[in-house]
Design a protein. Structure first.
Length: 122
């Protein structure tokens, strides 16, 4: 391992600690960055770098997984014009070796956010 690789890993570890600190603080990104004295763009730059590094490690550790997989989810009992607040029935989503099951009390908007969170890093 050369010095540039060591430096890159050190910086990633440093920013991973900052990301963890921000989450534990409960502050918004904007408030946290203002408190720490750096611009939000720097935070988001390193967040992207950490996600990319995680994707590289995940791909190396699991070469048989598809790079990205997404399946359309249709919630029965809802018309396309009605606002989505809560699912009428439970739903189970299986993709890329994961299974997500949500009951009728789980808001559809939260399910959409969960799916975005699982697919966002790569």
């Amino acid at each position: 391992m050369n010095t540039s690789q060591i430096t890159a890993e050190f910086r990633l570890a440093h920013w991973a600690g900052i990301m963890k600190e921000r989450v534990e603080s409960g502050l918004s990104v904007k408030a946290f960055c203002r408190e720490k004295g750096f611009h939000e763009n720097i935070y988001f730059y390193w967040q992207k770098k950490l996600r990319e590094a995680a994707c590289v490690q995940l791909t190396a550790a699991s070469p048989n997984l598809p790079a990205k997989a997404f399946t359309e989810v249709r919630i029965s009992g809802l018309s396309e014009t009605s606002p989505v607040t809560t699912m009428k029935e439970s739903v189970c989503i299986e993709t890329a070796g994961m299974r997500i099951t949500a009951g009728n009390a789980y808001p559809a908007s939260n399910l959409a956010e969960l799916i975005r969170g699982l697919t966002a890093p790569c």
